[in-house]
Design a binder for this molecule. Sequence first.
Ligand SMILES: Nc1ncnc2c1ncn2[C@@H]1O[C@H](COP(=O)(O)OP(=O)(O)OP(=O)(O)O)[C@@H](O)[C@H]1O
Length: 257
Amino acid sequence: MIRTENLHKSFGDNHVLKGVSAEFHAGKPNLIIGSSGAGKTVLLKLLIGLFRPSEGAVFYGDTNLFSLDDKEIRAIRMKVGMLFQGNALFDSMTVGENIRFPMDMFTRLSLKDKNRRVDECLEMVNMEGINDRYPSEVSGGMQKRVGIARAMVLEPKYLFCDEPNSGLDPQTSILIDELICDLTNRNNITTVINTHDMNSVMGIGDNILLLKNGKVAWTGDKSQVLESDNKVLEDFIFASPFLRRLREDALKQRQGG
Ligand SMILES: Nc1ncnc2c1ncn2[C@@H]1O[C@H](COP(=O)(O)OP(=O)(O)OP(=O)(O)O)[C@@H](O)[C@H]1O
């Protein structure tokens, strides 16, 4: 589990996070949602340790991330997988080399063992046999799978995904969500996903944190979204008249009339 305690982050006069206390659980996807500028990416970067908080703490289990020395932080980083927005694959490397990269950085495994693990990870995301292709030679959805394979290569206990569905069509997005969800459950990973995607919220939102102006506006799960009377949640999720109508119809049906 990862936990934040009264997390604040300012950039000069810009007070972006204003006391965020939250829990992110193992074995299920934890979603951070909120409108543009709410502070989602800043929160994600604090969780990973890419930013230091102005105040407050981030705990991995019982360990305060910001009380660790460089060596200890490196040990935690080895347990972290990251799926960046836009995949961040290296264009000049093959798919196999991209997936191998974290092992080249962090392990002393032999090339044979590394390549065996690359094959395992490609199989895990149903992409076996594409080792020698370049990222530009595969589709966006396949690139996303390669990104997931790379994030999984060091068998992470923590997985951070920054808008994993950006640029994907709805069907491919759902497949990617299901893949992340499946890997999270199977490996008991604490997965934190920063997303705008409503399909993700309603499909895999087992633990949802809604941010507004740097504060937690609502927490809950997908089963609570429809009936919640939280105004911030309502405005964010059911933003269009079409979605509001769908929600009203669904609620009527539920109430039997
Ligand atoms: N490195 C930085 N230096 C200064 N200000 C920053 C930095 N990173 C983020 N901010 C500021 O923090 C605020 C929140 O940004 P953030 O990227 O977290 O929003 P977001 O909720 O992820 O939005 P989006 O959905 O558009 O990605 C913005 O006002 C942004 O300008």
